[in-house]
Design a protein around this ligand. Structure first.
Ligand SMILES: NC(=O)C1=CN([C@@H]2O[C@H](COP(=O)(O)OP(=O)(O)OC[C@H]3O[C@@H](n4cnc5c(N)ncnc54)[C@H](O)[C@@H]3O)[C@@H](O)[C@H]2O)C=CC1
Ligand SMILES: O=C(O)[C@H](O)CS(=O)(=O)O
Length: 477
């Protein structure tokens, strides 16, 4: 008997006629069925969120208590929540556990931020004629937030949207990826158990073109918090008009290894990070730029370490990377690698596919116009590219249409500073890879990597409006 999961609207768990199968991404077995939302359910979810927002805003201390309790519940249930992530997303169990613990952190940080939302004093009296005025801003919640999340971090990226939205005093309609809906359902269950009253968080499930589109067209929604592909991000921006949105989109991130770097440390990090979650991480190292003086040696070190990685069942303790989200996605990655090889690239390791399992793959002799270089590969594939001087590495990084994060390994403060100043990305990580992220940091990109920032403190800024208040003290006195 398959486990059946309902949707969640106005504090009620609802079964619908239409069901979605959830597949174990390693075995291919259908292990659960989830109710799909139609037009009526989307309408009811938005109505419930709007009603809760207008009728009974939660005071900050209650938001704190609920999110902090939610954080504790996540941490207590790490094993069961991680198992769900492994089954529905194919992520190796040890990384799935890390994801759950990070999600607990996100809720805790958001809880703390709920108590610190402030406006500012405005020195209006500095303007001639305004000597007897007093002005300040208060940050007010924006209204109903629509959270739309991708498959690759189904719990943590959902928490990065839902937790700051609630912390800011908003209410939420949440649509998880259809490939990984159960982690989204789990976060609703946990927040309900933590004391979140009906209507504040509502969950709808369904395809992007159906349920997603209904959400985009509902004018009662004030804000869209989206993580996913640039293609869908552009569509959202084109549809929502003047309403606000943050877009966390894709990338073909660079990590640079300069000639003065600690090569052992750089090789250890760069041999694992392009392959975490089978490369399905938006800040994954896709282009590894290596100074020509150390290029051959570094590529050999990288290849030797990469060959030690274990590809297989994500439930096994010694597996380093599991399946991609679907066989279709693995076939797409394989096609891109084959096209690069046909165009003159060299296969250093990997390259083979078995179903949705794709070997950790290193390419050299690639060209800028190859898809594995200029598009987001979102697969366990890294291209190692030589450069002669650091300016060239900066130029290659900035030639991308994306700009999410970049890493640079160097022992030179001058090079590190140049990277920090000149790389056109949302974050520069010195002596670590582009994949570094701590959940309290501002996180987001430039160019086609999106707009706005996540990280609870920064997401709360995005999801609140500064309302100006001016007192004319002449009249009051
Ligand atoms: N910058 C960041 O923080 C991150 C970005 N990503 C990006 O996400 C992508 C991979 O995730 P996917 O789930 O395949 O992305 P996707 O863009 O296909 O889907 C993301 C979400 O959007 C929904 N959606 C699809 N079409 C829609 C529409 N017309 N209207 C409204 N919603 C719609 C999907 O159902 C899903 O919930 C990659 O491009 C990756 O780089 C992933 C994680 C983090
Ligand atoms: O880069 C991504 O895909 C996500 O932002 C990963 S993480 O922040 O959850 O590590």
């Amino acid at each position: 008997m398959l486990e059946s999961y309902p949707i969640y609207i106005n504090g009620r768990w609802l079964e619908t006629e239409n069901k979605l199968d959830v597949v174990d991404k390693f075995s291919g077995e259908v292990f659960a069925r989830v109710s799909v939302s139609g037009e009526a359910e989307v309408d009811a979810a938005v109505s419930a969120a709007l009603e809760a927002f207008r009728q009974s805003p939660l005071p900050p201390y209650r938001r704190y208590e609920i999110l902090a309790k939610g954080s504790a519940l996540l941490a207590e249930r790490v094993d069961e929540l991680a198992l769900t992530i492994t089954r529905e997303a194919g992520k190796v169990l040890k990384d799935a556990k890390t994801e759950v613990l990070r999600a607990a952190q996100v809720l805790q940080i958001a809880a703390e931020e709920a108590k610190r939302i402030t406006g500012e004093m405005i020195p209006v009296e500095a303007a001639p004629g305004a000597e007897n005025r007093l002005a300040y801003t208060v940050r007010v919640p924006i209204g109903v937030v629509c959270a739309i999340s991708p498959f690759n971090f189904p719990l943590n990226l959902a928490c990065h949207k839902v937790a700051p939205a609630l912390a800011a005093g908003n209410t939420v309609v949440f649509k998880p990826s259809s490939a990984t809906p159960i982690s989204g359902i789990n976060i609703c269950r946990i927040l309900e158990e933590a004391g979140l009253p009906p209507g504040y968080l509502n969950l709808v499930v369904g395809g992007g073109n159906e349920v997603g589109d209904l959400l985009l067209r509902d004018e009662r929604i004030a804000f869209y918090s989206f993580t996913g592909s640039a293609k869908v991000g552009k569509r959202i921006m084109a549809t929502v008009g003047l309403r606000k949105a943050t877009m966390e989109l894709g990338s073909n991130s660079v990590t640079i290894v300069h000639k003065d770097a600690d090569l052992e440390k750089a090789a250890a990090a760069c041999s694992r990070m392009p392959f975490v979650n089978a490369g399905q991480v938006c800040i994954s190292i896709q282009r590894l730029l290596v100074h020509r003086d150390i290029y051959e040696r570094f590529t050999e070190m990288l290849a030797a370490k990469t060959r030690e990685l274990v590809l297989g069942n994500p439930l096994d303790a010694d597996t380093d990377l599991g399946p991609m989200i679907s066989e279709a996605e693995a076939i797409r990655a394989e096609t891109w690698v084959k096209a690069a090889l046909a165009g003159g690239a060299t296969l250093v390791s990997g390259g083979k596919r078995r179903g949705a399992l794709f070997e950790p793959t290193i390419l050299t002799n690639v060209e800028p116009e190859m898809k594995v270089v200029c598009e987001e590969v979102f697969a366990p594939v890294v291209s190692v590219i030589p450069y002669d001087d650091f300016d060239e590495a900066v130029k290659m990084t900035n030639a991308s249409k994306y700009g999410l994060q970049a890493g640079v390994f160097t022992s030179s403060i001058e090079i590190a500073n140049k990277a920090a100043r000149e790389l056109e990305v949302g974050g520069v990580i010195v002596n670590d890879t582009s994949v570094y992220r701590a959940d309290q940091t501002p996180y987001g990109g430039v160019k086609e990597s999106g707009n706005g920032r996540e990280g609870p403190k920064y997401a709360i800024q995005e999801m609140t409006e500064p309302k100006l208040v001016v007192f004319n003290l002449d009249v009051l006195s």
